[in-house]
Design a protein. Structure first.
Lengths: 400, 167
C-alpha cells in the first residue's frame, strides 16, 4: 500500500460520493437535486462555497439540462461530474443516450430508486435497469467505502484513452445513500497520484471553441454503424480494464473489490447466490451462517452490470449445482428478474443447472436475512434434483 | 440525525457502526425510523433492524403505537423523551428505562424543540454503552459555533438529568 493512512470519518453514502467527486477535481459539475440523492448536490455546493471545490457549478432547472451540460463540457475536454436518481435519470434519457453516443467520459452517480410507474419514492434498482441499453458503463457498489473508491476508479475507467465512455456508479437509495458508516477519505495527493496516468495518455478528441469541427454521424448508414460497432468494442474492453484498475487501486490504497464481480467463498461451493448492491453485504452474513451449518454455498457479487461480465461469471458459476439470483427490479415481459434473465444466457457455458429467480427489495422493502436464508435453502433443494419454483416474488409470499 | 451522531460517538470509542433512517419523501415532521448497529468488527448486513437491543423514542406520542415494542429483545432498553415519568413498565422485555424531558431542555438550551443531542446524552447515561466525553466529542462533526455550545450543554444535561429505571 502506498496511500497515506487516514483517520476514519462517519458519513453517509451521499456524503461519501460528494467527497470522492471533489477529490477527483472535476472542472464542471451540473446536477439537479432529487430524493434520495439530494445530499450529494448539497455537499458539492457546500464544497464550492467553501472554496475547496474548484469547479464550475452550473445551476440547472432539471436533469435533462444537467446531462446536456456535462456532456458538452466533457466533449470540450473537461472532467465532469453529475449525480441523479430515478425520475431524474429518466428525465435525461435522450441526452443519456446522446452522451454515450458521443463517447463523452461523464462520471455520474445514480442513487438507485424505483422509477415512475405508480409513483415511487423508494429504493430499488429499476432506474439503472431501465437504462441498461443506453451504452453507458454501469457498476453497482455495496457500501460507503466502495462508493468513494469506485468513484475514484470510475475516472480511470471512463477517461481511459482506449475506453472513452460514460460511467454510472450505482448505489442503493435509502439503504446506502443515508447509511452512516465510518469511511476512509483518501488524501488528495494520493487521489491525484492515482489519477495521474490519465494525464500521460494522448489527448482525446475534443471540440475546441472557435475551431469548427464535425461531431456526430448524422445518424445514417455506415458512419452510424461504425460508431455503434466501435462503441460496442469499447464496452467489451471495459471488462478487463475494470479488473485492472481495481487491482491497481488495491495495490495503491489497500482496498480492492474483485473488479467485474467479487466471488465470496465460491471456490469450493456447490451452490451460489448472485446478488448486488447493499444486499450483497447482507448475503455475506447469511453465507457465513449457512457455511457454519455445513452447507457449501458461495456468493457472487455482481459489480459490473454493463458491459455484462459474461466471461468472469461463467468462470465463477461453472460446475455449480444450482444458482439463485436476487433481483431488486423487474424485467417487464420476462417472468425472471433482469439479472437472472441475463445469467440464464450463460447456460451454454455453465451447463443446464437450475437457476432460480428471486424478486425482492422492491419499493423500499428489505432484502433481509431470513429472505436470503430462504433463497439459499431453496437453491440447495434444487441442487439435489428436486422440483423448484422458477420465479419467486418473496414479498408476495410472505405472511402479512 | 441523532442516529448519525450516535454512530460518530461509537466510532470515537473504536467501534464499527452502520446507521440509516428509513422514510419516503423528505418532509419535516413526518414519522421516521432510524436504525443503528454497533459492533467490534465490520458490519456487513445492510438491513433494517427487527430485533433491537435498545429503542430511543424521540416523540412521546409514538409510545401509544401498539407495535412499538415488537421485536424488542429480552433485557432491552428504552430511552424516551417525555415530560411525565413512566407509570409502569411499558413492555415485559425491558430491563432499563430512561426518561428525560428532552423537549424542555432543548427549548431552554437551544431555543427550539430539537431534543436529539439531549436524548443522546440520556442514552449514554441510561445504557452505559457510551461515555459522555464521546458524545460531546462527536457533536463538533455536525455543529459549530454557538449552536455547538448550546447542544453540548443540552447533551450534558440529558446525561445528568435522565431518570434511569432498572427493572
Amino acid at each position: 500500500m502506498k496511500a497515506k493512512t487516514v483517520k476514519p470519518r462517519v458519513m453517509t453514502g451521499n456524503g461519501a460520493a460528494a467527497y470522492a467527486a471533489m477529490l477527483c477535481r472535476p472542472e464542471v459539475v451540473a446536477s439537479y437535486p432529487i430524493t434520495p440523492q439530494t445530499e450529494v448536490v448539497e455537499q458539492l455546493s457546500a464544497f464550492k462555497a467553501d472554496g475547496v471545490l474548484d469547479a464550475e457549478m452550473v445551476e440547472v432547472e432539471g436533469e435533462n439540462s444537467a446531462m446536456n451540460i456535462v456532456c458538452a463540457a466533457s466533449i470540450a475536454g473537461a472532467r465532469v461530474f453529475t449525480a441523479t436518481s430515478s425520475y431524474g435519470l429518466v428525465y435525461m434519457y435522450d441526452t443519456l443516450l446522446q452522451t454515450a453516443g458521443f463517447r463523452a467520459p461523464v462520471v455520474m452517480v445514480n442513487v438507485n430508486r424505483e422509477t415512475p410507474g405508480i409513483q415511487a419514492v423508494s429504493a430499488g434498482q429499476q432506474d439503472m435497469i431501465s437504462t441498461r441499453d443506453s451504452g453507458w458503463i454501469q457498476i453497482i457498489v455495496e457500501n460507503d467505502q466502495e462508493i468513494i473508491d469506485q468513484i475514484i476508479m470510475a475516472y480511470r475507467i471512463a477517461e481511459d484513452f482506449n475506453i472513452q465512455l460514460p460511467i454510472m456508479v450505482n448505489y442503493d437509495g435509502y439503504y446506502l445513500s443515508y447509511l452512516a458508516e465510518a469511511v476512509q477519505i483518501p488524501d488528495q495527493t494520493d487521489v491525484d497520484a492515482f489519477l495521474a496516468p490519465l494525464k500521460k495518455q494522448p489527448q482525446r478528441p475534443r471540440l475546441v471553441p472557435g475551431e469548427a469541427r464535425g461531431c456526430g454521424t448524422h445518424g445514417m448508414e455506415m458512419g452510424y454503424v461504425e460508431a455503434r460497432y466501435k462503441h460496442c468494442m469499447a464496452l467489451d474492453r471495459v471488462k478487463n480494464h475494470v479488473d485492472k484498475i481495481d487491482k491497481e487501486f488495491g495495490e495503491y490504497f489497500g482496498r480492492s473489490y474483485g473488479g467485474q464481480i467479487e466471488e465470496y467463498k465460491c471456490a469450493d461451493a456447490d451452490i451460489v447466490i448472485v446478488a448486488s448492491g447493499s444486499a450483497a453485504g447482507t448475503a455475506r452474513t447469511v453465507i457465513d451462517s449457512k457455511r457454519a451449518e455445513g452447507l457449501k454455498v458461495g456468493l457472487v457479487k455482481l459489480r459490473l452490470f454493463r458491459p455484462f461480465p459474461e466471461e468472469r461469471l461463467a468462470q465463477a458459476l461453472k460446475g455449480k449445482k444450482a444458482i439463485g439470483v436476487i433481483d431488486r427490479s423487474v424485467s417487464f415481459g420476462w417472468k425472471t428478474g433482469p439479472m437472472c434473465t441475463e445469467i440464464k444466457s450463460l447456460c451454454s457455458k455453465i451447463g443446464p443447472v437450475p437457476i432460480l429467480s428471486y424478486i425482492d427489495g422492491l419499493a423500499n422493502l428489505d432484502i433481509n436475512i431470513p429472505h436470503i436464508g430462504r433463497v439459499i435453502d431453496e437453491v440447495a433443494v434444487a441442487a439435489k434434483g428436486k422440483p423448484y419454483q422458477e420465479v419467486t416474488w418473496i414479498p408476495m409470499e410472505e405472511e402479512r | 440525525m441523532v442516529a448519525r451522531m450516535m454512530a460518530s460517538a461509537f466510532v470515537a470509542e473504536g467501534k464499527f457502526v452502520a446507521s440509516f433512517p428509513m422514510y419516503g419523501f423528505e418532509r419535516r415532521g413526518a414519522p421516521v425510523v432510524a436504525f443503528t448497529r454497533v459492533d467490534d468488527k465490520p458490519i456487513m448486513e445492510k438491513t433494517q433492524i427487527y430485533f433491537p437491543d435498545c429503542m430511543l423514542v424521540i416523540d412521546p406520542g409514538l409510545m401509544k403505537l401498539p407495535t412499538l415494542f415488537t421485536g424488542l429483545k429480552p433485557g432491552g432498553a428504552l430511552v424516551v423523551n417525555s415530560k411525565t415519568p413512566l407509570k409502569s413498565k411499558p413492555n415485559e422485555n425491558l430491563k432499563i428505562g430512561g426518561v428525560i424531558n428532552a423537549t424542555q431542555i432543548a427549548v431552554e438550551e437551544i431555543g427550539r424543540d430539537i431534543p436529539n443531542t439531549c436524548l443522546l446524552g440520556a442514552f449514554a447515561a441510561a445504557t452505559g454503552w457510551l461515555e459522555l466525553k464521546s458524545v460531546l466529542a462527536c457533536l463538533g462533526d455536525y455543529l459549530s459555533g454557538d449552536m455547538l455550545q448550546r447542544n453540548l450543554k443540552s447533551a450534558e444535561r440529558g446525561y445528568k438529568e435522565v431518570e434511569v429505571i432498572k427493572w
